[in-house]
Write a protein that binds this ligand. Sequence first.
Ligand code: NAP
Length: 332
Amino acid sequence: MNLKEKYIPDGTRYDNGEKMYARCGRSGILLPRVSLGFWQNFGENAPYERSRAITRCAFDNGITHFDLANNYGPPYGTAEETMGKLMLDDFGPYRDELFISTKAGYDMWPGPYGNWGSRKYLFASLDQSLRRMNLDYVDLFYIHRYDPHTPLEETLQALVDIVRSGKALYVGISRWPLEALKFAYDYLKERDVPPLIYQGRLNLLDREPQAEGILDFCEEKGIGFISFSPLAQGVLTDRYLAGIPEGSRMSRGGTLTGDRLTPQVTDYLARLHEAATRRGETMAGTALAWVLSQRGVTSVLVGASSVEQLKENIKCINSPLMSDGEAEYYRL
Ligand SMILES: NC(=O)c1ccc[n+]([C@@H]2O[C@H](COP(=O)([O-])OP(=O)(O)OC[C@H]3O[C@@H](n4cnc5c(N)ncnc54)[C@H](OP(=O)(O)O)[C@@H]3O)[C@@H](O)[C@H]2O)c1
């Protein structure tokens, strides 16, 4: 790929559409089964040309959904700045082919108005995000986390008004407990802005949204579900089969630390490796196929620090879905 030349997307990018796209809940939106997240590999700390190559590869393969948040980087805000540069350099002509999300909810700027779920914070943050990304609107705006102190009505009304302002087309909920999600659904639906999607962590090592009943609720109400960290930040790949390699996310500390590799998890990874080999897949492929096989899941939201990783991860759309019985076999 010559990054100096004008970007011409692959003309075959929608050819595998039947396998690639799934309806997001009961909505008009089709999302790719594999979406690309900008959490860790697209900030100022990552070489721009690498981020650019990964993003081009995604779009060339039909990945139309890019997921961001105000605080992705590091440092905060810089993943959105990279997205903004990509819009100018490569993706401006393809804006209508893209589904771009961002979020607010975590600490973003100092003082009392740069965190949590107030109307003041959400409006100001989205304006900042749009400026950084060189966008007039986002397709999807999420409340990034549950705020136990702000009245839910205030946060939800801000989401409604953001949609009415045209700055976002849809709203989503990330990491809210079930009871709060139920309240949000009723509030938003009554105001004709039903939540499009719920974002939660679901992978072979962490099934909390299932256990809590979030997936069942989403399915019943026609809300899509997108799984973040479907590879448990890389643990469910061959990356950690023989310790902690240099340059890996775990070697950098931060959001993934070595204590994740307990003896139980290490044994589990060896078993997963064997099972994936029997399926003729990589561990990442099997781990992603497992998530996509769960009822109610619209998309897996993968991260990738290289084009090679992304290409490997995309293959999961061709994997046969697992029956409940087979999926159960992979329980830790
Ligand atoms: N709503 C929320 O609160 C929330 C929270 C977290 C994430 N998210 C979203 O979810 C997205 C994905 O999260 P995530 O980055 O944790 O996802 P992930 O796909 O579980 O992990 C991605 C990391 O795993 C490694 N990896 C990926 N594919 C690999 C492969 N084929 N072989 C070997 N290693 C591989 C890479 O790490 P190395 O650096 O080791 O190469 C990569 O950066 C984020 O970008 C963000 O959009 C949302």
